[in-house]
Ligand binder design. Structure first.
Ligand SMILES: *Cc1c(COP(=O)(O)O)cnc(C)c1O
Length: 397
């Protein structure tokens, strides 16, 4: 048996691999440089063009581009009318921002457990969390796989709830043939560098509802409008604008918009390569009893953002931590997605207790994310698989 790097053996990789990274080409650099030489650094034609392109990619009627994915969630929550006294149901297995946006509005997050096979929020668990105070559901397309959107939409319709889909992981994914972004009442995106396409920092909200769109536009720019039809005191003074609502400054810059437009041209290629990589991992790992492969629902045609390596702890002589460290020593730098949100000490102080979502907690104790990004080569991919197999061989029961 080969000696593990953690025990002094030779590592699989001399040059380490991270779990995710951006891909920037000359066209992206050119697009940003041209923008810096242009008249507009913010509030210009590139942001407008980007919003149209995002509508085309998602099939949505309306889009507001914003400064990051968290801002997108915040204005979506505001547009949904979420406020003090309300409850909003979401998943514990997500980045904290999916729940923090509920706190921003003075409302209370309620965590519904995940499906232990797909790791996405379980519609039946949502149903069990509904109370007279429930106002909305924030479903997350975790790893890029669409949540069970039809069953969730059905629950929302029956109970009069607004559905916000956090699609930070899932641009390029289709649910029953429809791109995410055109299905929920509002869908939010993030363009952080680790996501499938990037603006450096950036985000967007898409919707098909004109009334929601108007609220989103106000909320992302100070609540101020130049649209006379929305004013309480319209005048024909050419300089006049009016704050008619509550809002922030969540605008995206023109050079971020230009970078994202350029990235979107590569979305199909990014998507294809990500699917290929997932296929190779699944093929290799489905034959290893110590690994549980994430189940895919047939409704989702998935552009995967994260590849989750889930260990069957009962078949291994090591902890997740020992496996993680061994992988690191082999030159594969993993990460864990995610600590259940309510385990963060801030949420603990708000009164959330361990044991709330048993499937989510067990999931968290067994997982780490493997490298998944466009520029990962076939050789890199084989190294990752080799390292995982090497460690399993050493620790298997
Ligand atoms: C990245 C991410 C966000 C936040 O996006 P930012 O652009 O980093 O603010 C929100 N939700 C999920 C699920 C994410 O992965």
């Amino acid at each position: 048996m080969e000696k593990l790097a953690i025990n002094g053996g030779a590592p699989v990789r001399e040059v380490p691999l991270s779990y995710g990274r951006q891909y920037i080409d000359e066209a992206d650099i050119q697009a940003v440089a041209e923008t810096l030489r242009s008249d507009y650094l913010t509030c210009g034609p590139r942001t407008e063009a980007l919003e149209k392109e995002l509508c085309a990619v998602t099939g949505a009627k309306y889009c507001v581009a914003v400064s990051n994915g968290t801002a997108a969630l915040h204005i979506a929550a505001l547009a949904a009318g979420i406020g003090p006294g309300d409850e909003v149901i979401t998943t514990p297995i997500t980045f904290a921002a999916s729940a923090n946006c509920i706190l921003y509005c003075g409302a209370r997050p309620v965590f519904a457990d995940i499906d232990p096979r797909t790791y996405n929020i379980d519609p039946q668990a949502i149903e069990r969390c509904i109370s007279p105070r429930t106002k909305a559901v924030i479903a997350v397309d975790f790893t890029g796989q669409a949540a069970q959107l039809d069953p969730i939409r059905d629950i929302c319709r029956r109970h009069g709830l607004i559905l916000i889909e956090d699609a930070a992981h899932s641009i390029g994914t289709k649910y029953k043939g429809r791109p995410v972004g055109s299905i929920a009442d509002m869908t939010t995106f993030s363009f952080h560098p680790v996501k499938t396409v990037t603006a450096g920092e950036g985000g967007a909200v898409t919707t098909n509802d004109e009334a929601l769109y108007k609220k989103l536009v106000l909320a992302h720019a100070h609540g101020i409008t130049r649209d006379r039809s929305q004013m309480a005191h319209p005048t024909d003074d050419p300089w006049y604008n009016e704050q008619v609502g509550f809002g922030y400054n969540y605008r995206i810059t023109e050079f971020q918009a230009a970078l994202l437009s350029s990235q979107l041209k590569k979305l199909d290629a990014f998507s294809r390569r990500r699917k290929e990589i997932v296929g190779v991992y699944n093929q290799a790992f489905s034959q290893i009893p110590q690994i549980q492969v994430q189940e895919e629902i047939p409704e989702s045609d998935t552009t995967r953002h994260l590849y989750i390596l889930r260990l069957r702890s009962e078949l291994l002589r090591c902890s997740r931590r020992e496996f993680f460290d061994a992988l690191h020593q082999e030159g594969i730098y993993s990460q864990v997605h995610y600590l259940p949100v309510y385990w963060h000490s801030y949420y603990e102080k708000l009164g959330y207790e361990k044991g709330l979502c048993p499937h989510a907690e067990k999931y968290y104790s067994e997982v780490m994310s493997l490298p998944l990004y466009y520029s990962l080569t076939d050789k890199d991919l084989q190294d990752v698989i080799y390292a995982v197999k090497k460690i399993i061989q050493f620790y298997q029961k």
